[in-house]
Design a protein around this ligand. Structure first.
Ligand SMILES: Nc1ncnc2c1ncn2[C@@H]1O[C@H](COP(=O)(O)OP(=O)(O)OP(=O)(O)O)[C@@H](O)[C@H]1O
Ligand SMILES: [Mg+2]
Length: 455
């Protein structure tokens, strides 16, 4: 007999508790526990377990399925070579970033290649989905579509249609009728993902689950969702900008080192294969601009870091950054002032990674430091050198430059696009201008050194 039980679930971490606490016993957050009634879903389980003989791995039958190509090179690469049949992929991203566009395009291509597909949307009506599909390439208009929010209906349809690949847009909009709580609540999201996963694994349906992210950038719903699925892809970028990056945070069937770069256009998302060329082509040689040889996972990428240092009336002055971590900027400014003789004092400092790209690696420190120093001194990097300067390296608290991963690939990328000299930490070799400290890097990048303007 099904017996409804009541549990208290933390909306931050998903910890369950039999009774209410003001502070979550799992993550320590306050007032996050909410009551949830749920049907006892274990009712069909046998009362007592039956012992099963474990199987030697060598005796396990494992059929090798060919991966399904989505027809989107960057997406296939990030998945490790295409969608694995029966796998569950969670695609997270902020509103309007292009999750529905990307998944609709992938299904359109798969449908066009003769695969059975299904697009389930709980957010948009079939008419809205059609309007988007009209501007997409491939067989996007041929994709069978279901606009539905009831989980049981979706599961029954999946079971009847047996698509090879299915998109659920989004996991937060489906609702399990036998659970209380609004769609999108912790318990609902987990139940929806769990039941879809079980059906998909049993029927060998590959599912692309779209998920929303919270303001803080985490995937909404409990982190348990990330454990449940095979791959977690994060779609990033700023809505107002055209460039978006797609990276794998977790992948059971491939590496998590790859990053795909896309551009949003009228005809949908277009892969940007020569991203470095784009970003470097747009780079200026004005004071305050530095080219960073970054690594996006295992892929080298040249991006322009821009800085503006301007007198401020505000106390404290502004420290605004886009595309880099705020704390890294504070660290770089402190080291610049203390060890490299570039004090921005009470001036406002703005730092921006051009193109809306986010570089979350310590190797970006040197580019930020050089861009700020160049802006503060009003001098372009490289002086009269015909080629733009590129750089990479982590700035240490004592003013030293520390080495970062893959110097060879960063150097090769900079050379490929005709940049030089490349200012890098000692030990980078490969023709780099090796410097041991931030002060030495400034001497190499800013040959003439008039007094700092904003100091
Ligand atoms: N005609 C168009 N030309 C160019 N870009 C467009 C056009 N129509 C929509 N877009 C872009 O597509 C984006 C919306 O994409 P999409 O609906 O795939 O996002 P989403 O991540 O699914 O959003 P949500 O979280 O709201 O579901 C818009 O932000 C806009 O930039
Ligand atoms: Mg959408």
């Amino acid at each position: 007999m099904a017996r409804p039980t009541t549990v208290f679930v933390c909306s931050a971490c998903g910890t369950e508790s039999a009774k209410w606490h003001g502070q979550c016993p799992g993550c320590g957050a306050w007032n996050t526990l909410a009551e949830e009634a749920r049907a006892d879903t274990r009712r069909s389980a046998p009362a007592a377990g039956r012992a099963v003989k474990p199987v030697r791995l060598a005796d396990v039958r494992a059929e090798r399925h060919a991966r399904l190509s989505t027809g989107i090179g960057e997406l296939d690469r990030i998945l490790g070579g295409g969608v694995v049949p029966g796998s569950i992929v969670l695609i997270g991203g902020s509103p309007g970033i292009g999750k529905s566009t990307l998944t609709s395009m992938a299904l359109g291509n798969l449908q066009g290649a003769g695969k059975r597909t299904l697009y389930v949307s709980g957010e948009e009506s079939a008419a809205q989905i059609r309007l988007r599909a009209e501007r997409l390439p491939g067989a996007a208009l041929e994709v069978p579509t279901l606009a539905e929010t009831d989980l049981d209906t979706v599961l029954a349809t999946l079971d009847a249609e047996r698509p090879e690949v299915c998109v659920i847009d989004s996991v937060q909009t489906l609702h399990a009728a036998d659970l209380t709580g609004a769609a999108g609540s912790v318990g609902q999201v987990r139940e929806v993902a769990d039941r879809i996963t079980r059906l998909a694994k049993a029927r060998d349906i590959a599912v692309l689950l779209v998920g929303h992210v919270t303001k803080e950038g985490a995937l909404a719903g409990p982190r348990v969702l990330e454990h449940l699925v095979d791959c977690v892809l994060q779609f990033e970028g700023e809505r107002e900008r055209t460039y978006r990056t797609l990276r794998a945070l977790k992948n059971r069937f491939g590496s998590t080192n790859d990053v795909g770069v896309f551009e949003m256009r009228q005809g949908g998302l277009v892969e940007v294969e020569d991203a470095s060329a784009r970003f470097v082509g747009e780079a200026t040689r004005a004071p305050g601009s530095a080219v960073l040889a970054a690594m996006e996972g295992s892929r080298p990428l040249l991006v322009e870091v821009q800085a503006l240092v301007s007198p401020s009336e505000l106390v404290p002055p502004r420290r605004v950054c886009n595309g880099i971590d705020r704390n890294r900027l504070a660290l770089v400014l402190a080291v610049l002032g203390r060890h490299a003789g570039v004090s921005v004092g009470s001036a406002d400092v703005f730092v921006n990674v051009a193109g809306g790209v986010r570089v979350d690696e310590p190797g970006a420190d040197l580019a930020v430091a050089l861009a700020v120093a160049s802006a503060a001194r009003g001098l372009p990097l490289g002086g009269d050198s015909p080629k733009p300067v590129a750089c990479f390296g982590e700035v240490g608290l004592t003013g030293e430059l520390r080495s970062v991963g893959h110097p060879d690939r960063r150097l090769a990328e900079a050379r490929k696009f005709g940049l030089g000299p490349v200012i890098a930490p000692a030990g980078s070799e490969g023709g780099a201008t090796e410097v041991p400290t931030l002060r030495a890097a400034l001497r190499a990048a800013l040959p003439q050194q008039p007094r700092a303007r904003a100091a």
